[in-house]
Design a protein around this ligand. Structure first.
Ligand code: NI
Length: 138
C-alpha cells in the first residue's frame, strides 16, 4: 500500500446523513473505508468499460436441465472458451432447476461476449455477470 493522504470533503449535511445511514446498513464502521470502496468501485467500473482491459467476472446462470440439449449446449460453449473459464460450480437447486456459477477471466469484451452468449441461450431463465478486478493496481 502506498502512503496515506488525508483529504477534507465538503458535503451537504442531509446527504452526509443519508450516506452514514447507508454505510451503517452495509456494516461499515467508519466513513474512510466506505469512501475508499466507492472510489474502487468507480475505478473498476470505468476499467471494465474498456474493451481491452483485463477483468475477472462471475457469471451466474439458472436453467432447467430438462430443456432438450441445454446442458450440453452450455457445456460446449464453455469448452469452446476454456482459456477464459477458470472454474465452474454447479448446484442442483431442485428436481428441475440448476444454478451454475462460472469464473471468467480475460479481456472485458471477451468476458462479456461469453457471458452474453450463455445468458441468451434459449432455456436459460436468468443470468447475471458481475465484473470485478484481479486486484492488481488497487
Ligand atoms: Ni443440476
Amino acid at each position: 500500500m502506498s502512503e496515506l493522504s488525508r483529504i477534507g470533503v465538503a458535503i451537504d449535511s442531509a446527504l452526509l446523513q443519508k450516506f452514514d445511514d447507508l454505510i451503517a446498513r452495509r456494516g461499515y464502521t467508519n466513513r474512510s473505508e466506505a469512501f475508499r470502496d466507492l472510489i474502487r468501485e468507480a475505478l473498476i467500473e470505468k476499467t471494465s468499460e474498456r474493451a481491452d482491459s483485463l477483468v475477472v467476472g462471475t457469471l451466474t446462470l439458472v436453467y432447467d436441465h430438462r430443456v432438450r440439449m441445454l446442458a450440453d449446449r452450455l457445456t460446449s460453449m464453455q469448452h469452446e472458451n476454456f482459456h477464459h473459464v477458470l472454474s465452474t460450480l454447479h448446484v442442483h437447486l431442485d428436481h428441475d432447476n440448476c444454478l451454475e456459477v462460472l469464473v471468467l477471466k480475460g479481456k472485458s469484451s471477451t468476458v462479456r461476449k461469453i457471458a452474453d452468449a450463455l445468458i441468451s441461450t434459449k432455456g436459460v431463465k436468468h443470468g447475471r455477470l458481475t465484473i470485478t478486478t484481479s486486484g492488481a493496481g488497487l
